[in-house]
Design a protein around this ligand. Structure first.
Ligand SMILES: C[S@@+](CC[C@H](N)C(=O)[O-])C[C@H]1O[C@@H](n2cnc3c(N)ncnc32)[C@H](O)[C@@H]1O
Length: 292
């Protein structure tokens, strides 16, 4: 497997021992430090648009997984689509898919990707290279997680695909995913709720149906629309980075380095993927998720 735009390794976390990752590639050294803290797969700190042809040839893999940058397809990122310089790396990867034709390709992005020119380019590349592919929008709440993070997924194969399983999974309660002794720094200024009475998304952990909003990389920096706040007897508090990783279903053994500043951890976790959703998506690749 080739893990492109690997970040902190959401795909590696989804795979566990089921596949060998021949290369994990990302240009963000902070993300790669967290990746290395958890996995021994070979890591390449590279901008994908500048990877040499000889390097692409050396990375022989059956499956190419990728979750490229999403700002080109979001309102906040101005929706510049393929004109956005941050979309260049994805265009470079598409050229390599056409040239190397890995047996399978899997892809994740924001719902705003749907209907973009980059989306058309992706489908055109796969079509012309002889793939069958399947695409969908999926929210981890459909798989039992108490966290909203609707995303677009696509999976492609040269020799066909297995059907996706039913959208179901062990239902987890938000209250079971919280830190036992949360850091005092997580509590918010009591004036916050008064200043933004309707704009904060607040969840009550005593509610068995409690479901957090999507955490973005701006959580902790931007007050509204970047994730949820937790109602506690002592006021509102933010979710810790570890709680966010649990909501994304990262495995219990996954660890953030002790010296990683909380702001950076929020940013990296907010950029990552729902591990449970990735597992579900990859189950369309015959034999991959049943392999132990
Ligand atoms: C949406 S995040 C994917 C995160 C990853 N799936 C995870 O589990 O953390 C996009 C990633 O692409 C990386 N990235 C952005 N532009 C890149 C480029 N030109 N070359 C390589 N990596 C890039 C970012 O550093 C970020 O980690």
């Amino acid at each position: 497997m080739l893990e492109l735009f690997c970040g902190i390794g959401g795909c590696a976390a989804a795979l566990g021992e089921r596949a060998r990752i021949v290369a994990a590639v990302d240009q963000n050294r902070h993300a790669l430090a967290v990746y290395r803290h958890n996995f021994t797969h070979p890591v390449f700190p590279l901008a994908l648009e500048s990877v040499r042809e000889s390097q692409w040839q050396a990375w022989t893999a059956d499956v190419w997984w990728m979750s490229p940058p999403c700002p080109p397809y979001t309102r906040r990122g101005l929706r510049r689509d393929v004109e956005d310089p941050r979309a260049r790396s994805f265009a470079a990867v598409l050229k390599q898919i056409a040239a190397h034709r890995p047996r399978h390709v899997a892809f994740e992005n924001v719902p705003g990707f749907v209907g973009s020119r980059a989306h058309r380019l992706l489908k055109q590349t796969l079509d012309r290279s002889g793939y069958v592919f399947r695409e969908t929008l999926l929210c981890p709440t459909e798989l039992g997680l108490p966290n909203r993070r609707e995303r677009f997924y696509l999976v492609a194969g040269l020799d066909g695909l297995a059907p996706w399983p039913a959208r179901a999974g062990a239902a987890l309660r938000l209250s079971d995913l919280l830190d036992s002794s949360p850091a005092t720094e997580l509590w918010c200024d009591p004036l916050l709720a008064h200043r933004y009475p309707h704009a904060l998304h607040v969840v009550d952990p005593r509610d068995p149906q409690a479901c957090s909003a999507c955490f973005t990389s701006a959580y902790g920096r931007s007050i509204v629309r970047s994730g949820s706040y937790l109602a506690t007897g002592a006021g509102l508090r933010r979710f810790s980075p570890s709680e966010i990783l649990r909501l994304l279903d990262f495995p219990g053994g996954y660890r953030l380095p002790a010296d990683l500043p909380r702001r950076r951890a929020w940013s990296l976790a907010g950029n990552s993927v729902s591990v449970r959703a990735v597992r579900w998506v990859l189950s369309a690749i015959p034999g991959l998720m049943t392999h132990t």
